[in-house]
Design a binder for this molecule. Structure first.
Ligand SMILES: [Zn+2]
Length: 289
């Protein structure tokens, strides 16, 4: 029986529900077919043409009571295939039983574990007092704007009469499951640094680069402070994580680089020294021909 669940899990992992063009239909069809086979009530609710929600229901003996919701998402984050030693959608299993695929942890394992848990409850003939719903939602990895944020305002969601929800968490390797009772909030911040531009041979005042430096310094100071705090609290929920993920120049920035070709050996060695201080082997590339 355990082999069956693992096979189901591996088949589910092979579905390319990867951004930017996730195959959501294949995901909900796959899980719906299994749930139908086990005799659950199922429903597909289309949020729009491309984004179906699957609802699987195990009815309780007192269905008027607020229900329990087990939620998971169907999408997975993009892959850089060249960085993988296994096909990210091959769901290969090695000799030790490790399974390799994008979404194996986040969070297709949870979906299949939830389905299997419901199946076992159903087979055990134990009748739960409350109804349990499983929902599979799209677009979680890109902020849920067209997913859960929309779904919670629908009549279909309200009719589920949810009392509480067990949502995404971390998978467990044994019989113990950690339940966290709060949610960390994510803020994506875009800071647009503008400033004086002009010929690269001059030292302009009030440049974007100087402002960017102040901004980055402050955020990195906060990051460092939180990293120190983390050593004592050891709990991600008690700290603020700060990560710089993108730096983007606009077209005017080309001006700053115009004079790079005249860079003296002194400056070159100065930059190399700064880069060495990062503790990494970072390389300098010249943008000018
Ligand atoms: Zn996730």
């Amino acid at each position: 029986m355990v082999e069956d669940v693992i096979n189901i899990f591996r088949e589910y992992l092979k579905i390319r529900s990867v951004h930017p063009d996730p195959d959501y239909d294949a995901c909900v069809d796959f899980v719906k077919n299994k749930a139908d086979e086990y005799g659950f009530k199922t429903q597909i609710f289309p949020l729009d043409e491309k984004r179906p929600v699957l609802i699987v229901t195990l009815e309780g003996s007192e269905p008027s009571l607020p229900s329990i919701l087990l939620n998971s998402h169907t999408d997975v984050v993009p892959v850089f295939e060249e960085q993988w030693s296994y096909d990210p959608f091959g769901a290969e299993m090695d000799q030790e039983g490790n399974i390799y695929a994008r979404g194996s942890q986040d969070m297709k394992c949870v979906t299949i574990a939830q389905l299997e848990a419901l199946r076992r409850i159903k087979c055990s003939q134990v009748k739960l007092k409350r109804t349990v719903h499983m929902t599979l939602l799209p677009d979680e990895e890109i902020g849920s704007i067209e997913g859960m944020a929309k779904f919670v305002h629908t009549k279909t969601f309200k009719d589920l009469n949810v009392g509480f929800d067990i949502d995404e968490g971390i998978p467990s390797a044994d019989e113990e499951f950690l339940i966290f009772n709060n949610e960390r909030c994510k803020w994506g911040i875009l800071i647009h640094c503008t400033g004086t531009t002009g010929h690269g041979s001059l030292l302009h005042k009030n440049t974007a680069g100087e402002k960017l430096r102040i901004v980055i310094d402050h955020f990195m100071d906060l990051r460092e402070k939180e990293a120190v705090k983390f050593q004592t609290v050891q709990h991600l929920g008690d700290i603020t994580t700060v990560n710089l993920t993108q730096l983007q120049e606009d077209e005017m920035a080309q001006y700053y680089q115009e004079e790079v070709e005249r860079m003296s050996q002194d400056i070159y060695h100065g930059i190399a020294m700064i880069l060495r201080r990062t503790g990494q082997h970072l390389e300098i590339s010249f943008l000018m021909p």
